[in-house]
Design a protein. Structure first.
Length: 354
C-alpha cells in the first residue's frame, strides 16, 4: 500500500486548483476506484478503516464530486435539452415552465436553446445540446427544414415534439387539439350572431399548428353553409398596423353594414396586432368587430370590453411532454404517441352579441 502524499499546493498569488478524485486517492493512499466506491457503495464494499481514510481526505481537500461526472458514470447526465422556436412568444415561455417543473420533480435539469425563428439553427441546436450529453430532447421547432430531417440527427436520443409536427421525425407529439378548439370557437361566434368570420394568422409556411387551425377554420365555415361566410388572412412581421387596419376595414366594407363581422386570431402575437389595428380604426370590439383569439395573454381582459380567447393548457402540455420523454428515457418502447389536449374557451365582451 502506498504512503499518503501531500495535497497539491498552489503557488502564492495563483488560484488553488480544484482537487480531483486522483488527489483524494493519493491523500488517502488508495486507488481512484476505491474513492468511487466510497461515493457509490460505501457501506458494502469498503472496510471501516479505508472508508474513514477516504472521508478524511475528502474533508482535508474540500473535495466536491462533479454531479455531471457522477451522472455520466451511471449512463445519465440528468439533463434535458429544450429547443423553442421563439422565446419571445408567450406560448413558448408557458410551455417551458410546465416542462421544467416536471423535469425538476424527476431530478432533471433543463437546458434551453432558442432558435429565434431561424430554421438554419435547428441542427446547430441539437448538436450543441448533444455536446452536453443530454438524455433527450423536447422540441418546439419551426416545423420544417433539413436540421431535423430524421431521427439520426438526434444523436441516438429520444425526443418529444411540442405544438409543431416535423416531417420525417417520428417522435411522441403533444399539443392543443386545434380542430376541436377551432370548432368550438366558430360555433360560439355563430351562436352570438356573427355572420362573416375572418381568420387572421401568421404566414402558414408549413407550420403544422397554423395549417391545422386554418384547415379547421375552413371546415367550420363549410359546415355552416351559406348563412356564414369566412376568409383567411395571412400577415407577416413586415406588415404594419396601417396595413392590417386597412385589411380589416376592407373586410367590413366588402360584407356591408348589415353583416356582423368577427375576427379569429391565430395566436397572441396576432391578437396584439389586431388590437392595435382596431384601436387605430377607433372601433370597439364587440360592436364594429367581434373577436376570439387563440392563447389567453394576461392583458386580454384589459382591452375593452375584454377579449374572448381560447386558453391553451400550456402548463399541462409542457408537463406531459416531459413525462413522455422521461418514459422514453426510462426504456419505454413502441409506436409514437399523440397527445392532443383540450383548450378552454374564455368568453368576454368581444364575442358577445348585442
Amino acid at each position: 500500500m502506498t504512503s499518503p502524499t501531500p495535497a497539491p499546493s498552489a503557488t502564492p498569488g495563483t488560484p488553488r486548483a480544484r482537487p480531483t478524485i486522483a488527489d483524494v486517492a493519493a491523500e488517502a493512499g488508495v486507488s481512484k476506484a476505491t474513492v468511487s466506491r466510497y461515493f457509490n457503495h460505501r457501506e458494502r464494499l469498503l472496510s471501516p478503516d479505508i472508508a474513514a481514510r477516504v472521508e478524511a481526505a475528502i474533508a482535508k481537500l474540500a473535495y466536491v464530486p462533479s454531479p455531471m461526472a457522477q451522472a455520466l458514470s451511471h449512463g445519465r447526465s440528468r439533463l434535458i435539452g429544450l429547443v423553442v422556436a421563439d422565446i419571445t412568444n408567450p406560448y413558448s415561455v408557458a410551455v417551458l415552465r410546465g416542462a421544467e417543473k416536471a423535469c425538476q420533480e424527476a431530478g432533471y435539469l433543463v437546458m434551453l436553446f432558442n432558435l429565434g425563428n431561424d430554421r438554419e439553427r435547428e441542427r446547430a441546436a441539437i448538436d450543441a445540446l448533444a455536446s452536453y450529453q443530454v438524455d433527450g430532447f423536447i422540441l418546439n421547432t419551426l416545423g420544417q427544414g433539413e436540421g431535423l430531417a430524421d431521427v439520426n440527427t438526434l444523436h441516438g436520443k429520444p425526443a418529444v415534439l411540442v405544438d409543431r409536427r416535423h416531417a420525417g421525425l417520428a417522435a411522441d407529439f403533444v399539443a392543443l387539439d386545434n380542430e376541436a378548439a377551432m370548432r368550438e370557437t366558430c360555433a360560439h361566434l355563430v351562436e352570438q350572431g356573427w355572420q362573416s368570420l375572418l381568420y387572421v394568422t401568421q404566414p402558414l409556411q408549413g407550420v403544422s399548428s397554423r395549417l391545422e387551425r386554418t384547415a379547421a377554420f375552413r371546415a367550420c365555415i363549410a359546415a355552416q353553409g351559406p348563412k356564414v361566410r369566412g376568409e383567411v388572412l395571412e400577415i407577416d412581421a413586415q406588415q404594419g398596423e396601417d396595413a392590417l387596419a386597412r385589411a380589416l376595414a376592407e373586410f367590413r366594407e366588402r360584407e356591408g353594414s348589415k353583416v356582423r363581422c368577427a375576427v379569429v386570431a391565430g395566436n397572441s402575437v396576432v391578437t396584439l396586432r389586431v388590437a392595435a389595428a382596431v384601436a387605430r380604426l377607433q372601433w370597439t370590439f364587440g360592436q364594429e368587430l367581434g373577436f376570439v383569439g387563440f392563447d389567453d395573454p394576461e392583458w386580454a381582459p384589459l382591452i375593452r370590453p375584454g377579449l374572448s380567447t381560447v386558453a391553451q393548457p400550456t402548463d399541462a402540455i409542457g408537463q406531459r411532454a416531459a413525462q413522455c420523454l422521461l418514459e422514453r428515457i426510462g426504456g419505454l418502447q413502441g409506436a409514437v404517441r399523440e397527445n392532443l389536449l383540450p383548450g378552454t374557451l374564455i368568453v368576454r365582451g368581444s364575442s358577445l352579441g348585442v
